[in-house]
Design a binder for this molecule. Sequence first.
Ligand code: HEM
Ligand code: MG
Length: 334
Amino acid sequence: PIPNPPAPLPAGQNGLKLVNDAAHPFMPQGNQIRGPCPALNTLANHGYLPRDGVARPDQIVTAVMEGLNLGNDFAKFLAYQAFLLNGNPLTNLMSIGMKTPLTGPDPPKPALVGGLSQHGTFEGDTSMSRIDAFFGDGAAFNQTRFNDFLAFASKFGVNGTYDINAASEFRFERLQDSIATNPQLVFTSPRILSAYSEAVFPLVYFVDGRLNNRQLTQDAATSFFFDQRMPADFHRQPAPVSFEVIEPLTGKLFSDHPFVPGVNQGVNNYIEMPNTPAVSDFCGIYEDIALRVVPGQYPKPTGQLRDALTKNLGFLFGAVVFQHNCTQVFPYGK
Ligand code: HEM
Ligand code: MG
């Protein structure tokens, strides 16, 4: 049976807290699976997630709430979106990196069950610390990319921190660079939303909750992105942080440098796709995931598989209904 997603952290236990604590010691990953998300890699290295890098979606929800104080609905939105695109609905397991037999026997193709490293699903182009998959491994940390991240902090951030202005300029540069170099660039829903969210996550969740000034030092950034380790004495956010904090920040990134979703057909040939959902169209992106992206891998599921997909799509909807008031859609009937 598929467990229901966890409830919010109880009042009184949802506040400021030392999270790099004795119960969650850093251990190097060894040959265990890690992938494109610096936060999930770090949480696995501290044992908030199973250290082997294979987890159920409800475990991911719990890990990001406990370790970084994501709001419950926001945690569910990320975890169930990823699970539907990259997990195994039959075993309820997902790899946080490459595809692995540890997630059990796959459902029939065209299902991918590729793990978070699977390009063109949740993982996509214009990342900040990884290269575009056209050029190689899109999941592995890339020092050259990350040096640019630090350089933008030095150039645009207050006291050389990665702050909202550094995020805004870097996000814009990442897109311009991919337009100029990646002939197969894809920058459409749902990738556009994750690209914009991930640009602001570090200046929120990776900043120590006692300071909580939305200015990430280069040392702390290096700790999370490169070492995949919480800084010594790291405290999480002082209260759960959800859509209502993240969206105004991504909104500023967009208004600083607006763009139209699109794809490259050859370098420097960006074809705009104005009829696909924009980064501001949250419910449009939810519907695109539920009605196009998921059925792309699961066109005509039956039996247990259909039941599992319907259940997980319901969990995804549960994460988007309150703050966005989206209308539920049913790719496989009600
Ligand atoms: C990137 C998944 C939570 C920070 C990514 C990527 C995936 C992913 C698939 C790769 C996208 C790409 O760059 O191509 C998830 C899932 C989460 C989650 C399933 C479930 C809750 C978080 C949290 C943070 C975070 C809580 C907080 C800081 C980042 C950052 C990147 C990223 C900064 C961008 C890395 C880069 O551009 O190089 N995540 N993530 N993620 N994630 Fe997560
Ligand atoms: Mg990427």
